[in-house]
Design a protein around this ligand. Structure first.
Ligand code: 9D3
Length: 251
């Protein structure tokens, strides 16, 4: 899978893709990631990538010409991408579902915004889709772009060493993860739940599912409303509510 990332901070992005799971994906040949310096696509003496906003107001706006030229150069050298993504606080929210959709493409271009944002004609002209990571402010699109590259790359076959981890992420989808424990069996006066030491695989599975449901109920009830629950899940949820003294209010 090919990624092209356009940024005014190429070293920042290069450093992030040179580590961990992504770097191993590049070394193994499953990923082909190129980072492009937006300033290489300027034509003026000062290599300007921003300018004052029409209509006035604070801050600067990213000029459209260098971005459009960068995308044209990428298409000439690397072919037409399946998606051009503009990282923007105004974008649609990036989710695991979006990551799965993007992982089925073979080439993605990501454009990192800085300053107050990009000239509005950029998405119009290059047919890009705007994506946001969520309702918080970061200083630019670089970190969000790296998050997207990471989330999508994990789904590309051969990038994550243990395929079971990726399979489990999608199996458990919709619920928070169950609690994890490793040795020692007692630490700081806290013991590992007996069932996990019991060797009863069916009981372990049931405890994990019930714990995941209880945590999701406590921390992310919004997820529970969306999750695809089966009859066992509804039974476990009823148990949780009964144990807490509020029977039959969910499911
Ligand atoms: C004054 C209004 N701000 C918009 C919410 C200005 C502004 C803040 C931060 C304009 C650009 C930015 C830089 N952020 C991104 O480019 C960005 C981002 C983000 O801030 N949060 C979550 N996802 C993303 S994707 C790109």
């Amino acid at each position: 899978m090919k990624f092209d990332i356009v940024t005014i901070f190429p070293r920042m992005v290069q450093a992030a893709v040179a580590e961990g799971v992504i770097s191993r994906g590049v070394v193994s040949g499953a990923l082909d990631i190129q980072v492009h310096d937006l300033r290489e696509h300027t034509t003026d003496r000062h290599r300007s990538v921003d300018d004052v906003p029409y209509g006035g107001g604070p801050g600067m706006v990213m000029k459209p010409e260098p971005i459009v030229r960068a995308v044209e150069a990428i298409m000439a050298r690397r072919g037409a991408p399946g998606a051009v993504i503009l990282l923007s606080p105004q974008g649609r929210r990036f989710t695991q579902r979006e990551a799965e959709r993007l992982s089925r493409l073979s080439h993605i271009v990501l454009i990192c915004g800085r300053y107050e944002g990009m000239d509005e004609r950029v998405p119009e002209l290059i047919g890009g889709e705007e994506l946001s990571l969520g309702d918080f402010v970061v200083s630019g699109g670089e970190l969000p772009a790296m998050v997207i590259v990471d989330a999508v790359s994990r789904l590309v076959p051969g990038v994550v060493g243990d395929e079971r981890s990726v399979a489990e992420d999608s199996f458990a989808r919709g619920l928070l993860d169950y609690p994890h424990y490793t040795r020692p069996a007692e630490f700081g006066g806290r013991v590992v739940p007996d069932v996990l030491l019991s060797g009863h695989h069916a009981e372990v599975r049931r405890w994990r599912r019930k714990s995941a449901l209880a945590r999701t109920l406590d921390r992310r009830p919004d997820l529970l409303e969306q999750a695809a629950l089966d009859d066992e899940d509804r039974g476990l949820l009823a148990e949780i509510l009964k144990e807490r003294g509020r029977p039959d209010t969910v499911g």
